[in-house]
Design a protein around this ligand. Sequence first.
Ligand code: GDP
Ligand code: IMO
Ligand code: MG
Length: 422
Amino acid sequence: MVTVLVGTQWGDEGKGKVVDHLAAQADIIARYQGGANAGHTVVVNGQRYVFHLIPSGILRPGKVCVLGNGVVIDPVSLAEEIRLVEKQGVNIRGRILIAENAHLTLPYHKLLDQVEDKRREKAIGTTGRGIGATYVDKYSRVGIRVVDFLDETIFREKLRTTLPLKNYLLETYYGEKPIQAEKVEEEYDKLRPFLQPMVTDVSLYLLESINQGKRILAEGAQGTFLDVDFGTYPYVTASHPVAGGVCTGLGLPPYKVNRVIGVAKAYTTRVGEGPFPTELQGELAEGLRQTGNEFGSTTGRPRRCGWFDAVLVKYACRLNGCHELVITKLDVLSGLEKISVAVAYRHENVLIKDYPLSSYVFSRVQPVYEEMPGWKEDLSSARRFNDLPLAARQYLERIEQMVETRISLVSVGSSREQIFQR
Ligand code: GDP
Ligand code: IMO
Ligand code: MG
């Protein structure tokens, strides 16, 4: 049984929290794309954990957490994250597996990502974690995979083949200091014994586990509109967060994937640059940002905030084939007189009902809103759908109609217990 959990907006939908909830009913939790650009927050018993590479199922004792071949792995970041999580009292021993054919993020990827984005005429606002630069090397066929790294000789050979070109670019074009091969080797050699015991043939492991009746939960990072093909290109990440990414990112046959769950915030946020039709400014935006604590989990940047965009979420539900949708952060909307939802766009006086793949068009559309009454009640202690005030229930029911997908779970706070079935 394979279930995929996918973000239906621009990331930060609360996937970490929902994965922690669903992981109780899973045996294996697997990341299939992205890297340490992700920031997944889970709050349990007042303790806050932020995961960048480790799957958010790690807080459920005994569950196995997997990083598939589609993930780009920064071993420095992973080692630091494991150290922090262990310090918080989590036993990770034998519980993290890494695909041997996953690509490694190296120091030049991080530096190139940062200087490239600074030099761009229109910055993307990347997380600076080297994500795009690592995937570029993967597709240029000059990347270094985990399995190559484990063999010291192969690692040295590959590093010394690739580094001169990177240094040429860094020095000549970006005016940066070159990166010394010896320094990289020294730092990374220390990480080899740490990484080695976790490395395996993940595709085989997962298939055997499925055949034994184990339940796999695939944890998407980022979101549908950050997907390199379906997102708001070029303001996207470099991987495939969409549900289809699971097969290539974990090495699973498509017919093994049984269920797709979308996650959406009750409003919309975006961090980084790029078009955002329902973005709010001023008091309303600031209100959502403060109440929702909308600051990036990875970079601390303030998130841009706006109304729920049903055009986008409906498209995401169709594209990912969501069987159900989870709505998070409904509590954040309490106290608003009126709540708006984008139901269509207008572009040059033409009504558009679907998400346009042209960034030129998408960056110029005006949202067409439907207004709904708000509610005053604090929702944080709601534990059943019927605990919600009428206006909140009607808001969810209207969203269901608009995005043509059943809402299965509703989240009303960051803590583990603040989630319930529709
Ligand atoms: P992810 O990247 O999709 O895992 O989301 P993030 O963790 O980056 O951002 C979601 C933020 O909202 C985190 O700080 C969560 O602790 C918090 N959160 C999740 N669900 C809820 C909710 O229902 N209500 C509130 N108020 N906060 C939530
Ligand atoms: P989670 O998994 C929100 C955004 C960056 C930038 C763009 C490209 O926590 O939802 P990158 O570093 O990936 O090359 O940056 O994508 N971005 C995210 N935004 N949540 C994320 O992850 C993100 N990961 C990348 O802000 O706009
Ligand atoms: Mg996040």
